[in-house]
Write a protein that binds this ligand. Structure first.
Ligand code: KE4
Length: 444
């Protein structure tokens, strides 16, 4: 781990060779676009292992990890309870394509955390969860249109890749090529936090909107917080229009609270999607909601959805172990305290280097984004005001200081339960050096 006393250039030889080789196999050398570091420059490091709050790359460099596999690793890497649970289950088999009692045990915990979920289905990714939740909403209402928000990302299915966030925003793609106009035509978009725009869309499409889907706390435009009354307003608009409200809690579920954003903001969506933390680092996601809606899903009803590895025992075991740790008293208070400390440290370092007025932090619990623009940032248009070039320089400078932030201005950073004040000290040292290294004027 580089620190101020013995700062040395990061060694990158083996990662560069690995990246070279990977580019011969995968588009952009990666299996998911945001991992390419295309928007922040330089070749991505290749990970050798993670432990607690730290990642070690194949060249032996160690980093405080604020990506946490994009959210799932809320306990930190290689938590003993999770490793034990996976090992134990692996000795009984990895996959059966048949029901196991484990699935009902995890479902019971989900229902405890999310009372709005009366019935659910496990799937293997957030993309599947959102895609199927939209299909169920269409099947239940008999309507085709969906309202989503610019900068929100609900996975990589056709209907959702319209003004999406995350990697689509990172690479400045207007939308995705290959999505038939007919698929995108049914997806209407509004600015996040703009209830009037939602009402106008519903009035212009009477009786046609199946659902409004929203990240209740946005993570994929960078973090955006819902304005006072916005989420409650969405629920009212949806109800008045005969549409369903889908809360995409793939990122916020078990992250911002045990019961996700719907617990924090006191809303009751018709459908909810979950993922990331639900699988504790293994592929597990879910969609669910009111029983009368979910009973439309095959084999009970006419809405089809299936998956070879849905409810996979290894992933369920990792998820159960993770959620059990999150139920321990004081966990979310600890997460809040360390997250406040980290965000405060970044802002103090910015202030000390004369950047205090030129950056802002949006944070909800243990997810946050440092935007390189003055605040407030309340929607995607605001997030796009941030200087992505400066963010890229800051990202690379923090990397030299042994801190791994998300390789995109349009992503959320995550703290985890393996972080402590010693980690905050490392972040402070790295951030002071990183802000000091930035040019005082232009971006890039
Ligand atoms: P996955 O298909 O990646 O498991 O989940 C899609 C998804 C759905 N909903 C929300 C709110 C999400 O944040 C995501 C996935 N998030 C991105 C990062 N912001 C995953 C990282 C990646 O694409 O590699």
């Amino acid at each position: 781990m580089a620190d101020t006393r013995e700062r040395r250039e990061r060694r990158t030889k083996r990662s560069e060779a690995a990246f070279q080789e990977a580019c011969g196999f995968f588009p952009g050398g990666v299996n998911s676009p945001v991992r390419s570091w295309k928007s922040v420059g330089g070749a991505p490091f290749f990970v050798a292992r993670g432990k607690g709050a730290l990642l070690t790359d194949v060249d032996g460099n160690r980093y405080v990890d604020f990506v946490g596999s994009w959210g799932p690793l809320i306990l930190g890497h290689c938590h003993s309870a999770v490793v034990t649970a996976i090992r134990k289950q692996a000795r009984n088999g990895s996959s059966f394509g048949a029901p196991t009692e484990l699935e009902s045990r995890l479902a019971a915990l989900v229902r405890k955390a999310f009372p709005s979920i009366e019935r659910l289905r496990f799937v293997s990714s957030g993309t599947e969860a959102c895609m199927h939740a939209v299909r169920v909403a269409r099947g239940f209402t008999g309507r085709e249109k969906i309202v989503k928000f610019a900068g929100c990302y609900h996975g990589a299915s056709d209907a959702m890749l319209v003004q999406a966030g995350s990697g689509v925003a990172t690479f400045g793609l207007p939308d995705s090529a290959g999505v038939p106009a007919s698929a995108a035509a049914h997806t209407l978009t509004a600015p996040f936090n703009d209830l009037a725009a939602v009402r106008a869309l519903l009035q212009a499409n009477p009786g046609q909107v199946a659902a409004i889907i929203v990240e209740p706390v946005v993570g994929n435009a960078g973090v955006l917080l819902p304005a006072e009354g916005f989420l409650q307003g969405l629920a009212t608009c949806a109800k008045e229009a005969g549409a369903l409200l889908i809360c995409d809690e793939v990122m916020t579920g078990f992250r911002v609270a045990w019961g996700g954003a719907q617990e924090v903001f006191g809303i009751t969506p018709d459908l909810t999607t979950l993922g990331k933390i639900l699988g504790g680092g293994l592929p597990c996601a879910a969609y669910g909601g009111r029983a009368e809606i979910m009973e439309r899903v095959a084999p009970l009803g006419p809405v089809y959805q299936a998956g070879t590895l849905s409810g996979n025992p290894l992933a369920i075991a990792a998820g159960l172990a993770t959620l059990k740790e999150l139920r321990r008293p004081g966990v979310y208070e600890r997460l809040e305290s360390i997250s406040r400390s980290v965000a405060g440290t970044l802002l103090e370092a910015a202030q000390a280097a004369g950047w205090g007025e030129r950056v802002c932090v949006n944070r909800m619990g243990s997810m946050f984004t440092l935007f390189f623009c003055p605040g407030p940032v309340t929607d995607y248009a605001g997030a796009k005001r941030a200087d992505a070039g400066l963010y890229a320089r800051f990202f690379r400078a923090m990397l030299e200081g042994g801190v791994y932030l998300p390789p995109s201005q349009f992503e959320a950073a995550f703290t985890n339960l393996a972080m402590d004040e010693a980690i905050v000290k490392r972040v402070r040292n790295a951030a002071r050096a990183a802000f000091a290294s930035l040019p005082n004027q232009c971006s890039g």
